[in-house]
Design a protein around this ligand. Structure first.
Ligand code: NAD
Ligand code: UDP
Length: 338
């Protein structure tokens, strides 16, 4: 009996594969390596000492999925595979809708054909748009997304909900991630963005390691304590653990469940810079710039539901997030390419 992890070679996927193996699960990964490399999984294997069955496969490729289902005994799928760059999604909307939405439709259709009706889906706090209130509970209404990437998540949630309503044999757990950062404590796996990072933490790390000259802080005139944007950063190992907990739940015939995965605490951009500097002792030069289009002032979770129903809560704080992001970045200045 194995768990299929689509997109398992990626940032969150590789950390989740590691935690799944530590929890005793057999793991099968399907990834087309469009935004990752095999090295991440080789390193997971080196850490856990356990083999990972890997298929270089695209979730849009029915034959490839059928081959996996024919060869492996899959009981549930954790579905990470997808394109995730906000800016790129604005430039290439059709590619994002095709890959993320059509890919998921093929995946769930093939799962259904095999009678495998347990799925955990990677959603995002982005579906709340400019949130109606903070801290955000799961009851907060979904909002207007500011880019096609966000819409793929919002639409896929609805698709999975409609699928589960039509066929209650499906168990669907939707996990809405806040801002994943950090890396495994070994520094052997971590986030390896292509080109210029979009997200704050990898940008800070690359400035600190000397690859980039300074951080641009996008706006200091938001209605937040220091004027810079506030987000709920969550250690990727905590996030991975959330999937292990969700996997236990999905096998209990839960029907449909939606959980926020965040810490419940918001940090501003400048607080992130200060924490990173104090934890690492490395200076992060920055300059205040204009607001980034589509950004919101503040976004942080109420994660009580995940605590109550999954017995999950974030264990790591901001210090560990910064220390582990730096440990990974300084040991692998060029990511998996180094
Ligand atoms: P990632 O890009 O590191 O991982 C995604 C993986 O999916 C990559 O290994 C990529 O090669 C693979 N992939 C993409 N399209 C595929 C396809 N058609 N077939 C097979 N494999 C495919 O991204 P991540 O940060 O690990 O994110 C994982 C999931 O979590 C994504 O769905 C993402 O949208 C979601 N998410 C990420 C964040 C974040 O900030 N990192 C926040 C919220 C939600
Ligand atoms: N941010 C920034 N400079 C950067 C990247 C991000 O000031 O180079 C800010 C951004 O405006 C937001 C916060 O950092 O307030 C988190 O941004 P990120 O892109 O990591 O996450 P998201 O906006 O998707 O929550």
């Amino acid at each position: 009996m194995s768990i299929l992890v689509t997109g398992g070679a990626g940032y969150i996927g590789s950390h989740t594969v590691l935690e799944l193996q530590n929890a005793g699960y057999d793991v099968v990964v399907a990834d087309n390596l469009s935004n990752s490399s095999r090295t991440s999984l080789e390193r997971v294997r080196d850490i856990t000492g356990k083999e990972i069955t890997f298929y270089e496969a695209d979730i849009l490729d029915r034959d490839a999925l059928r081959n996996i289902f024919a060869k492996e005994k899959i009981t549930a799928c954790i579905h990470f595979a997808g394109l995730k760059s906000v800016g790129e999604s604005v430039a290439k909307p059709l590619e994002y809708y095709q890959n993320n939405i059509a890919g998921t439709l093929v995946l769930v259709d093939e799962m259904k054909r095999q009678g495998i009706k347990n799925i955990i889906f990677s959603s995002s706090a982005t579906i709340y748009g400019d949130p109606a209130f903070v801290p955000i509970t799961e009851e907060c209404p979904k909002g207007i997304c500011t880019n096609p990437y966000g819409w793929t998540k919002s639409m896929l949630e609805q698709i999975l909900i409609d699928m589960q309503t039509a066929d209650p044999e499906w168990n669907v757990i939707i996990l809405r991630y806040f801002n994943p950062v950090g890396a495994h404590e070994s520094g052997m796996i971590g986030e390896d963005p292509n080109g210029l990072p979009n997200n704050l933490m990898p940008f800070i790390s690359q400035v600190a390691v000397g690859k980039l000259p300074e951080l641009s802080v996008f706006g200091d005139d938001y209605d937040t304590p220091d004027g810079t944007g506030v987000r709920d950063y969550i250690h990727v190992v905590d996030l991975a653990d959330g999937h292990v907990k969700a996997l236990k739940k999905v096998s209990e015939n839960v029907g449909l469940k939606i959980y926020n995965l965040g810490t419940g605490t918001g940090y501003s951009v400048l607080e992130m810079v200060k924490n990173f500097e104090s934890v690492t002792g490395v200076k992060v030069p920055y300059a205040i710039k204009a607001r980034r289009p589509g950004d919101i002032a503040a976004c942080y979770a109420n994660a009580d539901k995940a605590k109550a129903e999954l017995s999950w809560e974030a264990k790591f704080g901001i210090k560990e997030m910064c220390a582990d992001a730096w440990n990974w970045q300084s040991k692998n200045p060029n990511g998996y390419g180094s």
